[in-house]
Design a protein around this ligand. Structure first.
Ligand SMILES: Cc1cc2nc3c(=O)[nH]c(=O)nc-3n(C[C@H](O)[C@H](O)[C@H](O)COP(=O)(O)OP(=O)(O)OC[C@H]3O[C@@H](n4cnc5c(N)ncnc54)[C@H](O)[C@@H]3O)c2cc1C
Length: 246
């Protein structure tokens, strides 16, 4: 049985109309150690109903170097009885429980010298942790983020990525929106990533690059198969599936 570690909601940040970041602090002691890219199970205590706790996995979106809080960035779905709908009711001061950290979808500064991070929607969360970490630690690893969303308004963290790119000369990013909806004035490209666009973003060659992919299962599997079709070796493609519900 994995321990449930009590944490307290310090702040809730609205990242977009349907995405919130919970900034969590331990009820006592320091934040546990974790690797950038790992996830936790977030457990909520149920006051009524047949089960005592409900839990779901969430990638940690904050950097391990950030000792002020641990961030979880969660897409809120309005579906009755969904876990994210319960998350939306959390307020500062509320108690939650974390189990973990878990997972092997992690940024390894020694192995990932030249890495392309591919995120679909809320699949950006582990990359936000990795990029913030590499910037905090002033690492020389080359990081390219390809971030795809349905609309410009759903493109969370893009202002922060702009700041991170100013702080970290080794970090570049390209955000795209596939639909002509929302705030079209934002500096976000349009359309899907295809082989030509990936190659262009990679400076004309994918030689020696490691790819990390995260997002909904259809997004990640589609992108992964496109990378395989481009001849990228399977051991250079690491991915995390968030399921079909995100
Ligand atoms: C390693 C990992 C990391 C993750 N990190 C994040 C993260 O950082 N941020 C984030 O937002 N999410 C993340 N997720 C996804 C998250 O765990 C939940 O799956 C997501 O929040 C959706 O939860 P849900 O309860 O709505 O539905 P789900 O977990 O998708 O599904 C719950 C059940 O409801 C069913 N269901 C789904 N949709 C419907 C529907 N419309 N009507 C009826 N039944 C339905 C499903 O079939 C399933 O049986 C992560 C997932 C994994 C595996």
């Amino acid at each position: 049985m994995v321990d449930r570690i009590p944490y307290v909601v310090k702040e809730v940040v609205d990242e977009a109309s349907d995405v919130k970041t919970l900034k969590l602090v331990p009820e006592s002691g320091p934040i546990f150690d974790f690797k950038p890219g790992q996830f936790v199970n977030l457990a909520l205590h149920m006051r009524e109903g047949p089960v005592e706790f409900l839990s779901k996995p969430y990638s940690i979106s904050s950097s391990p170097a950030n000792k002020d809080y641990l961030g979880l960035t969660i897409k809120i779905t309005e579906r009755e009885g969904s876990f994210p709908k319960l998350v939306a009711t959390l307020r500062p001061g509320d108690k939650v429980f974390l189990m973990g950290p878990f997972g092997v979808f992690t940024f390894d500064p020694v192995k990932h010298k030249d890495v392309v991070m591919v995120a679909g929607g809320v699949g950006i969360t582990p990359f936000h942790s990795m990029i913030s970490y590499a910037t905090d630690r002033k690492l020389s690893n080359k990081l390219l983020l390809l971030f795809s969303n349905k609309t410009c308004s759903e493109t969370i963290f893009y202002k922060e990525f702009d700041e991170l790119a100013k702080l970290n000369p080794n970090f570049k990013y390209l955000c795209t929106a596939t639909r002509e909806e929302g705030d079209l004035s934002l500096p976000i490209a349009r359309g899907r990533f295809d082989q030509d666009r990936i190659l262009q973003a990679c400076g004309g060659s994918v030689e020696g690059k490691h790819f990390m992919l995260c997002g909904s299962t259809p997004f990640v599997e589609g992108f992964r198969d496109m990378l395989y079709a481009m001849g990228i070796a399977k051991d250079h493609v690491l991915y995390e599936l968030f399921g079909s519900g995100v």
